[in-house]
Design a protein around this ligand. Structure first.
Ligand SMILES: [Zn+2]
Length: 298
């Protein structure tokens, strides 16, 4: 039987952690956070889970990883990730032993996760499109992809701000401010590769959603997501539409908002008021074609 994985792809600071938390409130969905970070640094550094415990002490992840690490080495999986998940990898990395090992080890983790939690559907919000392109090659995985986009100008504005290190609040490393031009280029590349997933999957297993639309009208957008992921999210969407908070569970990596307890989703228009004109024009210059395609500019 195929195992269903819901994957959120796209660029950073696009609301993937909020969507992970919201979908994770459904009893059949385990909102994992960014699983790709587990072997990259979360397990090694014993970082914090959204439940407030460090990952090795978390009642859910502790036993899952204890079982998985009996069979596999996190450093070995990380080495495979470095070959498979980067943006430039998918074109030359179709097939091969590394891909086989990556898929076998990923599947083993998913299988232990289902077994330990008793929850049938895993949500992975790793974002990296290369990871999803690899998972799409596994015939035993029923992959459902949410391509989450957010206005590149809002993303560039958010990334232009520094965030100091604060491990207990989920900031595992200092976040340095990034130039708008750099963010716009990377936003374009990530979203272009994410778009390729559309061709790798049955059309009904891929949906593109704008973060701003979810914030404004969760009922409509979650209905679209429900169709793609095969889970009825209407109850969660209604809660969100009424301004009720959504509650993090065991999202093991992602935005710092997962560490703050219940949260509500609102449209953040700070960039419209605060973003310097030069930075805005740079982003529109670099990312203009996709901004138009995603209906952010005319
Ligand atoms: Zn936890």
């Amino acid at each position: 039987m195929q195992s269903r994985i819901i994957y959120i792809t796209g660029y950073g600071r696009s609301g993937s952690t909020v969507v992970d938390i919201a979908l994770g409130m459904h009893p059949e969905v385990f909102g994992s956070g960014e699983i790709s970070a587990m072997c990259r640094h979360v397990w090694r550094e014993n970082e914090y889970c959204a439940c407030g415990n460090r990952i090795k002490e978390c009642a859910v992840w502790g036993p899952i990883m204890a079982r998985w690490t009996q069979q596999y080495d996190p450093a070995g999986y990380f080495a495979l990730q470095r070959a498979i998940e980067p943006l430039y990898a998918p074109a030359r990395m179709i097939g091969g032993r590394k891909l086989g090992n990556f898929l076998a080890q990923s599947q083993a983790l998913f299988s232990i996760m289902r077994d330990e939690t008793g929850i049938p559907i895993i949500l992975d919000s790793s974002k990296a499109p290369g990871r999803a392109l690899a998972l799409a090659h596994d015939p035993s995985i029923d992959l459902r992809v949410i391509h989450l986009v957010r206005d590149a100008r809002a993303v560039a504005h958010a990334m232009g701000r520094a965030i100091p290190l604060d491990v207990a609040r989920g900031i595992q490393k200092e976040i340095v401010p990034r130039w708008a031009m750099r963010t716009a280029l990377r936003w374009r590349m990530y979203n272009s590769v994410a778009e390729r997933l559309h061709a790798q999957l049955p059309a009904e297993h891929f949906v593109r959603v704008r973060y701003e639309d979810i914030a404004r009208d969760p009922v409509t957008e979650f209905a679209r997501i429900s169709t793609t992921v095969g889970v009825d999210l209407s109850a969660i969407a209604s809660l969100m539409a009424e301004g009720e908070p959504i509650v993090p569970a065991h999202q093991m990596a992602g935005s710092r908002i997962r560490m703050k307890g219940p949260l509500s989703l609102h449209y953040d228009d700070a960039w419209e008021l605060e973003m310097p004109e030069t930075a805005r024009r740079q982003v529109e210059f670099v990312a203009g074609e996709q901004l138009r395609r995603y209906r952010y500019v005319d």
